[in-house]
Ligand binder design. Sequence first.
Ligand SMILES: Cc1cc2nc3c(=O)[nH]c(=O)nc-3n(C[C@H](O)[C@H](O)[C@H](O)COP(=O)(O)OP(=O)(O)OC[C@H]3O[C@@H](n4cnc5c(N)ncnc54)[C@H](O)[C@@H]3O)c2cc1C
Length: 351
Amino acid sequence: MAASALPVGMLSPHVTRSPTPLSRLSVLGVELVRRELQTLVQQGMGWQDCEVDNHGADAGRWPAALVRPAALVSAWLTEARQKTTVTCHWSRSISQLNPLTSASGERIWQAVDQHGDVVSQSPVVVIASALGSLELLNSSSPSLDHDVLPLRPVKGQMSLSALAGSPLAARPQRNQGVYVPCYEDAGLSPRWPVRIWAMGSTYERGQDNRTVTDEAHLRNRHSLEQLNHRAAQQLESDRVNGRLLGWSEVRCASLDRLPLVGALPDPQAWARCWTPGRRRPPPIRDVPRLGGLYTVSALGSRGLSLSTLCARTLARQLHGETDDLDSGLVDALDPARFMWRQARRRPSAGV
Ligand SMILES: Cc1cc2nc3c(=O)[nH]c(=O)nc-3n(C[C@H](O)[C@H](O)[C@H](O)COP(=O)(O)OP(=O)(O)OC[C@H]3O[C@@H](n4cnc5c(N)ncnc54)[C@H](O)[C@@H]3O)c2cc1C
């Protein structure tokens, strides 16, 4: 886990005045994750039901939940192990995916690690390695480059500290960032105190380092000042007394800030089949795909809210089941969309 290793994050709908793909996805996504948490994880051992006060343009109080994603991932693994066989290869980096042809003529993908050892092979591979997805896919299929899959790093830092007395607000507050006045979770220990307050997170576009900085703490203090003056004072006093803790990681965001979910496009086949000079490209669903290669990535700053929905959408596609998202949302998540849009913008130039 990288970005998903955060000590506490928030599930809450992305509220907009009129619906956007992201706001619609987040409403559906939050509901699904909440159900998973209620079924699989005990409150206080990885999540906490709550509401959030929105102070932004769309002010109001919304249902929310605080969650430590590792607890949910661990519960999912336990559940999967009860139902099927799961083999985990922890701490092995995949550096290459080689396309092979099986004896029956089927294409299979072979995953090779940094030492050149084969880790596994399968006719179906789902790449869910956030920013690492681009490098891996590019090394396996060079035409899957930054233009086809425009993924960007966005560093985020959270400031947190042990909460000794009463929380300084009744519930989380959100505007430029989220203030969590109190989160208690037995599973936070030993890395973090069992009871914390937290403010996060910075949004540093283009930054891909994971260093916790004082400058980011100060930015969080500034954002917290807009939400709760006493909490901002507490952050500052913990900072100068050396009690303030930080957690920093890199989000993976796409150019249009929506996740990538589905079969990966085959740019070379697309360049062959789409005749330059045609007025419009064919529908996005007719874009040729790299058989067997799929992705769920670019979850951006909403990964906790969107992960279950995205995974379920892909699972339905893999099993040939009808999507429960409408076709507009499925197309909005399609990993082929950037390549397809380029063709639509420049109908005679090819890709
Ligand atoms: C500070 C911060 C605060 C956030 N707060 C929230 C929040 O409140 N609410 C919310 O919804 N979201 C939040 N997010 C976003 C959320 O954490 C992410 O969207 C989500 O965790 C992304 O999950 P992921 O599995 O796609 O990527 P990650 O969790 O980043 O996992 C990617 C994994 O791929 C592995 N990997 C990469 N390359 C390879 C390779 N070649 N071979 C093998 N493995 C590889 C990495 O080691 C890593 O384990 C926050 C993010 C940050 C940084």
